[in-house]
Design a binder for this molecule. Structure first.
Ligand code: MOS
Length: 697
């Protein structure tokens, strides 16, 4: 069903003057001149350095801790253990129960901490703490056929299973059936800026500089734990990728330690290796796909059964089957998720949690089905384009998938390639092309407040948004300018702190949609009250308005990713000379920032396809390749042409700006496009990430 123009009445998008232009990053000069302070380098005279003591076994009970030698080291100010830690309030998150008992849940868990004047002393003292542990048997190796359970919910809050019709019967009756198992590894976020906390405890409050995707969520967590007033600052954040959404143990440990030395700042900046131990990761998935189709390509049955790892002490289940609920039409369908509990640090949200690994299973399976049907993989997708959401029957507010596929094919030169694999050998390299599609939900988080005050000839717009590199300051300035009908030079945006009104997190690709809708609401109120000629001190505020269309339309962003791959005929070395992503993401608010963010997403996808994999040593439960030497993230030499394009899309239902989130959709479908291109190049089907040389030998 197509949504007619008449039905669109009542949901206009705002007129754009500044929106749609490439306003330069407001904090750009601060960043390139090195004056932008991050949590770990916020000036703090006299700061004490925290060095943690970490568990060296995956599971067990602490029977004794001897801190005498550490205490005796000159320059050591305090050594904290569970014996002297305060009892913390309950946030419901087991990661926050720092130094609250003797149980070890995972290797790397913080079991004590040293505060010292200098980092070298703190590190040496931590080494001198003797922890005696009664080790218990642990399971840290993922076995998809081992003990598993039905999780209570997926990481995105969705139910673990969904079924429409009778997929097993439909598969049994389908003329063409494609079944295959795909797997994705454990991956760590590795933002350029590691987690860091600088905390000072005063009489009436604790003040915290935190590397965080949301200052207010950090404040709420710390206020619950410590039952005190908490002020959090997060002005600049060097990448989040999901790991800086919820507070992890290191932040709690730092605030806990600061309490022991009132008035004195305490700093804990995680080292790169510690980034593999206590701040989450994307868990392993095994995805069992089954597609049953008619000879003309129409899919009768679509099954996506996922088995994924979770931590035994804290459930987080990667919603890898999520996009299979909405991508393609099929009268009979099932998604399911089973969780395998392991004695590891808890997994968490990472770069399109669910959609990124899930699109590897679904989009490779679609490619394999196209091969089985001898059909163009783009045509197969187009033939299975749903007219309404295949599970809940809602119309789509807008859905640009087919347009993305078609315009991408044109731009990429898709039709110039023969469909059969292993046809193009150039200078010893097999070349091929592949496509992968994807989706990411468009929604709005509740709970922000925006305040607008006219002062000194400018509109000060305050909202606790987080700029994690995406350019929140800049784009909120543009939205406010258009909502108030003024030039961007008349706007001053204040974000990144709990000293401005509350903002929801920069997460779920919903930051701009959530804060922007709130700013527009406050601007509307401001203009209703004061018109366009305000006086000094005029003021209005607003909370995030509900989206009145949220229950009436299915809302999501779409993409089509194209890859050209070259595989060396002798060595199996794999390279990606060309990537193209075409996006249907509503209105683009700032083309320069959007291109940068989407391009970054494509690079994440390349990195996921060819490089990223955390390897757990099952004997000890630790990640062995815990640094940039062992865990490779795509670098300049890996990245060649990465092109980003978008379709002209107007979606009046998502928010007043007409913009869908672009934070995560860039990665979705990329790994599948690369794997499909590798098949096309070589005739070798790789179903397990990352794809490496040995897959072709
Ligand atoms: Mo994103 S993984 O929701 O920060």
């Amino acid at each position: 069903m197509t949504v007619g123009r008449a039905e669109r009445r009542g949901a206009p998008t705002m007129d754009a003057r500044s929106m749609g232009t490439s306003v330069r990053r407001i904090e750009g000069p601060d960043k390139v001149t090195g004056t932008a302070a991050y949590a770990g380098d916020t000036p703090a005279a006299d700061a004490l350095v925290l060095h943690p003591v970490q568990a060296t076994v995956a599971r067990g009970e602490i029977t004794a801790i001897d801190t005498a030698a550490a205490q005796a080291l000159p320059g050591v100010v305090a050594v904290l253990t569970h014996h002297d830690a305060p009892t913390l309030g309950d946030t419901g998150d087991p990661e926050h129960r720092v130094l609250q008992g003797t149980t070890i849940h995972h290797r790397g868990q913080f079991v004590a901490a040293v505060l010292a004047e200098h980092p070298e002393v703190a590190a040496e003292a931590a080494r001198l703490v003797v922890v005696t542990v009664d080790e218990a048997p642990s399971t840290t190796a993922f076995d998809p056929d081992g003990e598993s359970y039905v999780p209570s919910a997926l990481g995105n809050g969705q139910p673990p299973d969904s079924t429409v019709g009778d997929p097993d019967a439909a598969l049994a009756a389908a003329p063409v059936v494609m079944r295959a198992e795909y797997s994705t590894p454990m991956e760590h976020h590795n933002p350029m800026e590691p987690h860091a906390t600088t905390a000072t405890w005063f009489d009436d409050r604790v003040e915290v500089y935190e590397a965080s995707q949301g200052a207010d969520l950090a404040r709420q967590t710390l206020a619950t734990l410590f039952d005190t007033e908490v002020v959090v600052h997060a002005q600049h954040v060097g990448g989040g990728f999901g790991t800086k959404g919820f507070l992890h143990a290191g932040s709690v440990l730092t605030v806990l330690a600061a309490r022991a030395v009132p008035g004195r700042p305490v700093r804990f900046a995680l080292g790169r290796r510690q980034m593999f131990e206590t701040v989450g990761y994307r868990p392993v998935t095994v995805q069992r796909m089954a597609l049953g189709a008619e000879p003309d390509g129409r899919i009768d049955a679509l099954v996506h059964d996922v088995i994924g790892a979770t931590a035994r002490y804290k459930e987080f289940v990667e919603p890898a089957g999520g996009s299979s609920r909405s991508m393609y039409a099929a009268p009979h369908r099932r998604t399911s998720h089973r969780a395998v509990p392991l004695d590891l640090d808890a997994p968490t949200y990472m770069r399109a949690p669910g959609e990124a690994p899930g699109s590897f299973g679904l989009e490779c399976a679609m490619d394999e089905l196209a091969v089985a049907l001898d059909l163009d993989p783009i045509e197969l997708r187009v033939r299975n384009e749903p007219s309404v959401h295949p599970e809940n029957g809602l119309p789509f507010s807008s859905r640009g998938l087919v347009e993305c596929l078609r315009s991408g094919a044109e731009r990429f030169g898709w039709s110039t390639w023969e469909r059969a694999p292993r046809r193009r050998l150039v200078d010893g390299w097999w070349h091929g092309v592949g496509v992968g599609a994807g989706t990411f939900p468009a929604f709005r988080m509740p709970g922000s407040t925006a305040e607008i005050t006219f002062t000194g000839g400018r509109y000060v717009v305050a909202i606790g948004a987080a700029d994690i590199g995406q350019g929140a300051r800049t784009v909120l300035t543009q939205i406010a300018a258009d909502a108030l009908g003024v030039d961007v030079a008349s706007i001053a945006v204040e974000i990144g702190s709990t000293e401005v009104p509350v903002g929801s997190i920069a997460g779920g690709s919903a930051g701009t949609a959530s804060w922007g809708s709130t700013v527009v609401e406050a601007a509307d109120r401001f203009r209703d009250k004061y018109g366009d000629a305000p006086d000094d001190g005029d003021h209005a505020d607003a909370a995030t308005p509900d989206n009145p269309w949220a229950e009436e339309y299915a809302m999501a962003a779409y993409c089509a990713q194209f890859a050209e791959v070259a595989v060396h005929a002798d060595t199996g070395e794999i390279r990606v000379p060309r990537l193209l992503g075409v996006f249907g993401v509503g209105r683009i608010l700032n083309p320069a920032l959007a291109r940068s963010q989407l391009q970054g997403g494509l690079v994440w996808g390349l990195s996921m396809a060819l490089h990223e994999e955390s390897v757990v040593d099952p004997r000890f439960g630790g990640v062995v390749n815990h640094d940039f030497a062992g865990y490779h993230v795509a670098a300049n030499a890996d990245v060649r042409d990465v092109e980003v394009a978008w379709i002209d899309e107007d979606d009046p239902y998502v928010n007043p700006m007409g913009a869908k989130g672009i934070g995560e959709i860039g990665i979705v479908g990329v790994a599948a496009a690369i794997a499909n291109a590798a098949y096309h190049a070589t005739g070798v089907r790789v179903r397990s990430l990352p794809i490496t040389c040995d897959d072709f030998l």
